[in-house]
Design a binder for this molecule. Structure first.
Ligand SMILES: [Zn+2]
Length: 359
């Protein structure tokens, strides 16, 4: 399939490229085989503006039914372990009862141009089977991070063999692991989890320094030096951002603003690999356009926002592009990148060799 585009913008090795009168070639298996200036005359489709799909690098999909609580209660009383409402609810609920929430989240991600989603699954082993069916029914590349079901309240010295066994099972099944916070585990547990997960070439994600309390309690040092987490979510209160070099840091702009009142914009300025997520579906819809607009409003460098939001050509398993409404866009390259963030809207998507239009 060859698609002709008036303007194609994409990211290759971290560099943003804009090609006018471009063509995109996709083979039968759905892989991108060529991106560049138009040469052919025969096209399967024509569009005006095409850009990559988004990566939503942090989303919890099971809590839509708790939106009342997110609105009314203090953050720790909702999402804190082990007694936050979310954990009490998910511990008891039948997996089938929360699949509606997951379907809602995937559906919004699909319609708003997300191509890859790093999804946290609380009580991972309990929900993953049901969830996998939903994940498979959308052309979105889902990367699940499973949370074990055991968390301790506050500082802890002992090692729970049950926890280690559970992490072992999660990793042996090929899943990445997420811990709500390194503060909820003993040093020995963090070391064992690090070893189990990394020896299988899988990744560890954890929430870090979202509130000043957790920052002062030293969660960052535990995440970096003991757990050796690969993906650090929030880092809202991290001051010396240089220590985050070499890690992937995820910010969730709307959730950070709503729950802790600030976004750590310095993360975008220091050569740190940064990604953007939407956090709890009970709090905000997983629409990456809304996150893009907030980052643009904060005055963050447009190119840095692009690199944080979109799939790189080399990260795509199959062609993952979106057709964007470009009516009224200013065409000068630098302005164009900003226009996409300010006023972009997903009109359709290219998933492999499948094209779907929404309007
Ligand atoms: Zn989170």
């Amino acid at each position: 399939m060859i698609i002709r585009v008036e303007r194609l913008a994409y990211i290759e090795d971290g560099e943003i490229r804009i090609v006018d009168n471009a063509q995109i070639e996709i083979d039968e298996r759905g892989h991108l085989t060529g991106v560049g200036r138009a040469t052919s005359l025969k096209y399967s489709k024509r569009f005006r503006v095409v850009i990559p799909q988004f990566v939503n690098a942090h989303i919890h999909v099971l809590d839509l039914d708790l939106r009342e609580y997110f609105r009314k209660m203090y953050i720790d009383d909702v999402v804190g372990v082990p007694y936050g409402v979310k954990y009490l609810y998910l511990r008891e609920v039948e997996p089938g009862k929360v699949m509606k929430s997951a379907r809602y989240a995937l559906d919004i991600m699909y319609r708003t141009g997300t191509g890859e989603a790093w999804i946290v699954v609380e009580y991972g082993p309990k929900f993953i089977r049901c969830l996998s069916e939903i994940f498979d029914s959308y052309p979105i590349h889902v990367v699940p991070f499973l949370e074990p079901s055991i968390h301790h309240l506050g500082p802890w010295e002992e090692t729970s063999e049950e926890l280690i066994r559970e992490v072992y099972e999660i990793a042996s099944s090929g899943y990445n692991v997420e811990l709500i916070s390194p503060l909820n585990y003993s040093i020995d547990e963090l070391k064992k989890i690090e070893d189990i997960v990394h020896s299988r070439n899988l990744e560890i994600m954890t929430h870090v320094s979202e509130t000043s309390d957790t920052y002062l309690d030293g969660d960052l040092a535990l995440a970096l030096n003991i757990l050796k987490a690969d993906v650090l979510v929030h880092c809202t209160h991290v001051e010396d951002v240089q220590v985050l070099r070499g890690k992937c840091v995820v910010v969730t702009p709307r959730s950070n603003l709503m729950l802790v009142g600030k976004i750590n914009t310095r993360l975008f300025e220091n050569g740190i690999k940064i990604r953007v997520g939407t956090d709890n579906v009970g709090l905000v819809d997983p629409d990456m356009w809304s996150e893009a607009r907030i980052l643009a409003r904060l005055g963050i460098d447009v190119q840095a926002i692009w690199r944080a939001l979109f799939l790189d050509l080399y990260e795509m398993d199959v062609a993952r592009l979106q057709i964007v409404c470009g009516a009224g866009f200013r065409w000068k390259e630098r302005k164009f990148l900003r226009e996409v963030l300010w006023r972009g809207r997903t009109l359709g998507r290219i998933d492999g060799s499948r094209v779907c239009m929404f309007h």
